[in-house]
Design a protein around this ligand. Sequence first.
Ligand code: SF4
Length: 479
Amino acid sequence: MREKCGVVGISLHDRAAARPLYYALYALQHRGQESAGIVTHDGFQQHEHVEMGLVGDVFDEGAIENLHGPQGIGHVRYPTAGGVTECCAQPFSVSFKSGSLGLAHNGNLVNTDEVRDELAGKGHAFTSDGDTEVIAHDLARNLLDAGIVSAVKRTMGRIHGSYSLTIMHGERVLGVRDPQGNRPLVLGELDDGYVLASESAAIDTLGGKLVRDVRPGELVILEPDGAGWESFQLVDAPQTAHCFFEHVYFARPDSILDGALVYEIRRELGRALWTESGVETDVVMPVPDSGRSFASGYAEAAGDAGARTEFAEGLMKNRYVGRTFIMPSQDEREQAVRLKLNPIRSTIEGRTVTLIDDSIVRGTTSGKLIELLREAGAEEIHVRIGSPPIIAPCYMGIDMKTREELIAADRDVEEICEEIGADSLAYLSIEAITEALRHTADDLCLGCVTGRYPYDIEGEQRDRDISRPKLEPPEHSAD
Ligand code: SF4
């Protein structure tokens, strides 16, 4: 599973925005590792530097020096399979009659083709098959006869799906969150300006303080020169559809989303996991690093309940190995697990073990880890997972594979347990998730664990009454 993007936007008083944008992108690197980019505006023109690679490789001192101006936006990206090309790296820039736009997008539209076809029929030419370019063109078109607030509102009425955007329009930086608030976006204050970012950890990195989440359906405009910000509630939706996996998996534990520290939410989920399916073993250990906060909550609840179980690290991570899923073939992925994690025999040998992780996607890693623990002498291995089984793909900006690749798509818990070779396996319930996030299921997206989605997606079931916008048919002529 990969988050596809992180976005940031900054407006400062009398100081170049490029360096703080660069630091903020570093803080958001976990949200995208394929490309990184910054677009700034110096009051006269836009400057941009966008390349494939990690933030630290994309920008050198010269690149940062050349990004002039006290305001700008930035982006890190992990594109969809097959789309690893420079043309899809962001921020996306477009020039039009009355100016220029830079746009950075986290999320995924589910009506991209409809909007693209309609705009193409009106003479717009596209250079990529990405949805961000479609949003940029739609906005640029609306700006021909409307101010920025009305133009954004019109575009929001036409696009359907998940989007947290930062936009550079002239000297102003904008932040927009889709009406269901699927992906996060927060507003922060610095000593000399303001910042918008996917996660509050980016604001902390800049020494700023979190003001609040950008609300679903809200446009926030950062004034030039770091002078202040304005809010426009452009769309009021009856329900939200926050991605619950942001709290479980994607966001940094030190980020505050929806008013709650992600680390604390994960510990609470760990405690709930003990309440629902706790098993007393000699040792409780996390899969590093993803299972750590869950395991500490689980072990704490076990201790409170009088269980004689020790919380210990039993798997050591080699931090210099890339993520397993970058490996192209199944064989190489299996090898990568051994490169990445090594068991600590003395914690494991002759003992019963509970292994805690946040999720199981393909099951390859879990199976390999159980093999490693058995080789290291574990007597029993019980696996506890801090989320419900993933049974369906994500269409909202998470690269989560197809149903065929998801181990839980067509197997029940017992079958999965057998396949990964555990002595027992239990997942967390959806009820525990909604309780920990203090939301009802109606205000969350749970699509990948229920198979029913909060957006109108072709060929899939909806879990609420939201329809995609009806667009005018294409005119098939440039106007
Ligand atoms: S389908 Fe799953 S990963 Fe995708 S937005 Fe919904 S909850 Fe998040």
